[in-house]
Design a protein around this ligand. Structure first.
Ligand SMILES: *[C@@H]1O[C@H](CO)[C@@H](O)[C@H](O)[C@H]1NC(C)=O
Ligand SMILES: *[C@@H]1O[C@H](CO)[C@@H](O)[C@H](O)[C@H]1NC(C)=O
Ligand SMILES: *[C@@H]1O[C@H](CO)[C@@H](O)[C@H](O)[C@H]1NC(C)=O
Ligand SMILES: *[C@@H]1O[C@H](CO)[C@@H](O)[C@H](O)[C@H]1NC(C)=O
Ligand SMILES: *[C@@H]1O[C@H](CO)[C@@H](O)[C@H](O)[C@H]1NC(C)=O
Length: 496
């Protein structure tokens, strides 16, 4: 399978390849819509039956955070009351047994690393290895200590209120989380040793689990869990990896609630964009690949066809521009002139290049000038993904933006249909360089959840509460209307 070129690390990242790996596999568009209306109807119809009291269970309950006390394991007890239901994500699944759960990741890039993880409640016997693939990783849960090799993981852990479990992190120079930066500064979290391999091995093996994306460190392979959130083909797929991480802490219930909120908020933004009065723009996601040792010192220009970018564009009520064969992940051009010609119909350009900071750099990279006839130049609609960066220019686009799909859609709508959002909606990641919008630097000073057991908040607006032009948004109105119809139908059904 073709792997896209990995962007060069920013010069300040200490020369490490950043782990903001591009999507490597496409599993087709998954269905995002969830049938809340149906669920509400079914629930209302079931109300008379739900009030029947459930017969109390005899055995002593074991809470998710506690171990099963020695000598009290009961093979017939179901130790996991809170199950995750995977709705959107395509690249993992969870199968619940009585005292263990089996997590499976699906990606062609795992071998020889395991893609099966057996998580057993602490105090329960380790399940018989013979029933699983050879390289299955067995882990006692809840895990208490965590190491991460990718910054993306940190957002999910912090959303679960588990920054307290994080002990060691790699690529620490790229961390955008303000509170992890603060913990690193205080020494509560350590950056993993890079040179001394013995020490590195010790550090990585000092934690219960090491999360990594795409490839494990061989020094800690037997406790590494490979995650594929950035390859899961859709914004809500990526967000749902919160449920994957939650399984290690028995926090499925919290994760389910959090992803349901994200999904609802996302779908509300989608409705708001669809109802916008402004015309539907054409959006291209473009990259200038500077000459380097990775590309034979030859510059090229390319367009991305990543599934999540297509979904975000379309859900922001815009037209996704990709002139190449739909099966390609990128369309490359060796000539800047040909590239510019191809972009004739594009209204909004999202520049994903690693290099370039201001508008002058961006125009230069695409060999354009401010007098260009291209629509996105005339419209001053040229955006970059570096609106939120750490002091080393590490991009939050590769961290918070992977997990908080609703906030990302809000950001894209700000570019495609600003009239669908309150007038003062700030940007987070996608800044308009043509209009001089600057990078926001996130440092340890920006930490607003110093308690490492407090889940970090969602940074998106609450779409259903937002007021556009001082009035409730169109999305709020249509949601309210749909809800009253449902209540009406349910009321009729109950009286029959
Ligand atoms: C179920 O989730 C709740 C809320 O997170 C938690 O308090 C409880 O311990 C969980 N139960 C189990 C058996 O994991
Ligand atoms: C897995 O185990 C089976 C049976 O023990 C063995 O035949 C096979 O070679 C093993 N495969 C690997 C990749 O180790
Ligand atoms: C995992 O690897 C480490 C270091 O290589 C080793 O010390 C440890 O015993 C291994 N653990 C298991 C369960 O194999
Ligand atoms: C790099 O350029 C040289 C000289 O033009 C060419 O022979 C070689 O095939 C190129 N390599 C790649 C990987 O494109
Ligand atoms: C971070 O804090 C600075 C002031 O210290 C502020 O100007 C900036 O807007 C904050 N950034 C974010 C993303 O909250």
């Amino acid at each position: 399978m073709a792997v896209q070129s990995i962007p060069l690390p920013p010069p300040t990242s200490g020369g490490k390849a950043p782990r903001w790996t591009q999507p490597v596999s496409f599993y087709g568009q998954s269905v995002f819509s969830k049938y809340y209306a149906q669920a509400i109807c079914v629930f209302l119809l079931l109300v008379p039956f739900l009030v029947m009291p459930v017969k109390a269970q005899g055995q002593a309950p074991v809470a998710g955070a506690d171990c099963i006390p020695a000598g009290s394991f009961d093979a017939n007890t179901d130790y996991f009351k809170n199950h995750t239901k995977v709705d959107s994500a395509a690249l993992f699944s969870v199968d619940y047994k009585k005292s263990y759960k089996v997590l499976t990741t699906k990606s062609s890039v795992t071998a020889p690393q395991s893609s099966t993880y057996v998580l057993y409640q602490c105090g329960a016997p380790i399940p018989d290895a013979a029933q699983f693939p050879n390289n299955t990783v067995f882990m006692s849960i809840p895990v208490n200590t965590v190491g991460t090799l990718a910054t993306t993981t940190l957002t999910y852990l912090e959303m679960l209120g588990k920054r307290s479990a994080v002990k060691v992190v790699d690529t620490e120079g790229l961390v955008t989380s303000p509170c992890v930066q603060a913990s690193l500064a205080k020494g509560e979290i350590k950056g993993v040793e890079d040179k001394d391999q013995a020490l590195r091995g010790q550090e990585l093996n000092s934690v219960d689990v090491v999360f990594a994306t795409f490839s494990a460190d061989p020094l800690a392979a037997n406790r590494t869990v490979l995650t594929f959130e950035t390859a899961d083909p859709g914004p809500l797929n990526r967000a749902e990896w919160l449920e994957f991480y939650s399984a290690f802490f028995n926090l499925e219930k919290d994760a389910q609630e959090r992803t349901a909120k994200i999904n609802n908020n996302y779908n509300c933004f989608k409705s708001a964009a669809t109802a916008a009065k402004s015309p539907k723009p054409v959006v291209a996601w473009a990259t200038f690949n500077a000459p380097s040792e990775y590309n034979n010192n030859t510059a090229s220009w390319s367009l991305s066809n990543a599934a999540y970018k297509k979904a975000l564009t379309e859900d922001a009520a815009a037209t996704f521009f990709f002139p190449g064969n739909a099966s390609l992940t990128t369309q490359s051009y060796a000539d800047a002139g040909a590239f510019a010609t191809a972009l004739a119909s594009v209204d909004i350009l999202i520049d994903e290049s690693v290099v370039g900071t201001d508008y002058a750099n961006v125009l230069q990279n695409y060999k354009l000038t401010e007098s260009s006839d291209l629509k996105f130049v005339k419209n001053k609609a040229v955006y970059r993904e570096d609106g939120a960066v750490n002091p080393n220019d590490g991009r939050d686009w590769f961290s918070t933006a992977v997990a908080q799909a609703d906030a990302v859609l809000q950001d894209i709508i700000r570019a495609t249909h600003p009239d669908a959002l309150p007038a003062d909606t700030p940007y987070r990641w996608i800044r308009n360089v043509a209009k001089g919008e600057a990078k926001n630097i996130i440092s340890d000073k920006n930490c607003t959840t110093p308690d490492s057991n407090t889940p970090i908040p969602d940074i998106a607006l609450v779409c259903k509460d937002m007021k556009v032009d001082g009035r409730p948004s169109a999305a709020t109105k249509s949601t309210a209307a749909a809800f009253s119809v449902i209540l009406g139908l349910a009321a009729i059904a109950l009286t029959l």
